[in-house]
Design a protein around this ligand. Structure first.
Ligand code: DAH
Length: 338
């Protein structure tokens, strides 16, 4: 009997030692300690022993069971650790792989230009004002001294909402609203969206303007020239400018302001149509009729006004030649602007 125990002990410890998987360990456990396992069977033989023999045999069997159980548990732990290490080694992160990168959004070039220009005027003491895009014809045309028969009122150029309501065709009505709500002296700008029924390389039905107005006791054409020249230098750097006589219903005298061509520096090229100059904005002294329309006394106050297209300024700043690119939302175009 002793020998049997010794043999079982030896072979079982050997097979536990050799086991390489949890499944094998479980199989060994069943083979030894299961209902019909070798050690279980052995303990059934107790019955056939005498009173004297039993305690010693019991003790021997218990020892065997303990040794086998401890070895099984130890081996289990060992195998668990090995499996864990294999799993971890497979999970290793390759930190040399290139990352996925973060998509960084950018401001639309028109927005960027608008912010840039607003900043310049803010630094020169201008207030910023906004108004509705659906505007009364009274503010969009009448108060601005635009005659009943003026071509810009035409159904073909203007998007009419009702007989006396339009999508504003310029931001000048914001100047009217501002004058009605404020007392001079003041200086203000009004950037915003405007609408005209037009579509080609240089016209889109919606575009952006930035207009400005300065009214006070003694505002002169010299003030207009000084402020607008300073503004243009802040936008395009040291550059020549010129004022050409022009006509606008709401200003008198009126002018168009040109900057030296940003491409050819005055030599003449395709962009400036060989003139060496690029038109940048309209401007002039506020017409007395406009001052009267908002209840100001033209004997007491004078002012100047100006207006520019923000798409045009953006195109000149970045050398873009097709206005429509701004509105097509092609990310390849938009991503070029940092
Ligand atoms: N309102 C004009 C336009 O839409 C631009 C303009 C010109 C505005 C001269 C002004 C100005 O305030 O003085 O074409």
């Amino acid at each position: 009997m002793k020998e049997t125990v010794a043999t079982i002990r030896k072979t079982s410890l050997e097979s536990i030692e050799k086991a390489t998987s949890m499944q094998e360990i479980e199989e060994i456990r069943i083979k030894l300690l299961g209902k019909k396992g070798e050690i279980t069977e052995l303990s059934k033989q107790m019955k056939g022993l005498s009173q004297e023999e039993r305690p010693l045999f019991g003790q021997t069997l218990n020892e065997l069971r303990d040794v086998v159980t401890i070895n099984l548990e130890t081996k289990k732990e060992e195998l668990k650790n090995i499996e864990k290490n294999i799993r971890i080694s497979k999970e290793v992160l390759d930190i040399t792989l290139p990352g996925r990168g973060i998509e960084v959004g950018r401001e639309h070039p028109i927005t960027e230009t608008t912010t840039f220009l607003k900043e310049i005027f803010l630094n020169m003491g201008f207030d910023i004002s906004e108004g509705p895009e659906i505007e009364k014809t009274e503010y969009n045309f009448d108060a601005l001294n635009i005659p009943e028969a003026h071509p810009s009122r035409d159904w073909q150029d203007t998007f009419y909402i009702k007989e006396n309501e339009v999508l504003r065709t310029h931001t000048s009505p914001v100047q009217v609203r501002y004058m009605l709500e404020n007392k001079p002296p003041f200086r203000m700008i009004c950037p915003g969206k405007v609408y005209r029924s037009d579509y080609d390389v240089s016209h889109t039905p919606m575009f952006h303007q930035l207009e400005g107005l300065m009214v006070g006791d003694n505002v002169s054409f010299a003030n207009l020239k000084a402020i607008l020249t300073e503004f243009v230098k802040k936008v395009f750097g040291e550059t020549k400018v010129r004022f050409r006589p022009h006509f606008f219903p709401f200003t008198e005298p009126s002018a168009e302001m040109d900057v030296e061509c940003v491409i050819c520096k005055g030599d003449g090229c395709r962009l400036c149509k060989n003139s060496g100059w690029l038109e940048i904005m309209g401007c002039g002294m506020v017409d007395p009729e406009v001052l009267k329309a908002v209840g100001y006394d033209p004997e007491e106050y004078t002012g100047f006004a100006f207006g520019m297209g923000l798409e045009r300024v953006t195109m000149l700043r970045h050398g873009i030649d097709d206005l429509r690119a701004f509105f097509e939302n092609d990310v390849r175009f938009l991503r070029q602007f940092k």
